[in-house]
Design a protein around this ligand. Structure first.
Ligand code: ADP
Length: 194
């Protein structure tokens, strides 16, 4: 199963993506996690992206696309993946389409976590206090939400046109959203075997 989770910061997509990946025994591929791990390990990639992450800007497309291309071709992704945090720009979405077409695979569903800015902002500020993530400064949070609306939201419309977009009410509890997802994935499974 090849899944994509899409939505603003604070929408809970990371939490749900992890759970789906565990349930299905497929990797949770989260660009943000990969970049933060690289920063912590002090690798070349980490040194390069550290100031970008701190500012809330996006890592350049070429670098991000190359990283995902390599990650999705790893053996553990052969049976599927839950992609989280990519694509974030139209260029990345186009690159993903090409990548998947090249290996004759497609996305089974795009889970769209719909959430108002007010709730998203409130949740990220709370997470900032609880988790102390280095890139959760007020400035970076505001910048990331602005970039989401400018660059990532247009991708939602692109995926809506495929008929595979599953809109979710992301303002509900973790359990309620999880139930909504399970139901949608079950329907998808029935469709695949019908
Ligand atoms: P959030 O969803 O809270 O913005 P992420 O963990 O998804 O956090 O991403 C953290 C940071 O990693 C982003 O602000 C950005 O700098 C970088 N990043 C993650 N994914 C991408 C991507 N697809 N393209 C460019 N930069 C990215």
């Amino acid at each position: 199963m090849n899944l994509l989770v899409l939505g603003p910061q604070g929408s809970g997509k990371g939490t749900q993506a992890k759970r789906i990946a565990d349930d299905h025994g497929i990797p949770h591929v989260a660009t943000g996690d990969i970049f933060r791990a690289a920063v912590e390990e002090g690798t070349e990639l980490g040194k390069r992206v550290e100031p970008i992450l701190a500012s809330g800007e996006l890592v350049p497309d070429d670098l991000t696309i190359a990283l995902i291309r390599e990650r999705l071709s790893a053996p553990d992704a052969a049976n599927g993946f839950v992609l989280d945090g990519f694509p974030r720009t139209l260029a990345q979405a186009e690159a993903l389409d090409e990548m998947l077409a090249g290996i004759e695979r497609g996305l089974d569903a795009i889970l769209f976590f719909d959430l108002s800015d007010a709730i998203a902002t409130e949740r990220i500020h709370r997470r900032a206090v609880e988790e102390g993530r280095a890139d959760d400064t007020p400035e970076a949070i505001a910048r990331r939400l602005a970039i989401y609306h400018e660059q990532t939201e247009p991708i939602v419309e692109r995926y809506r046109a495929t008929g595979k977009l599953v809109p979710l009410h992301a303002d509900r509890s973790i359990g309620e959203v999880a139930a909504e997802i399970s139901e949608a994935l079950e329907l998808l499974g029935e469709g695949a075997t019908a």
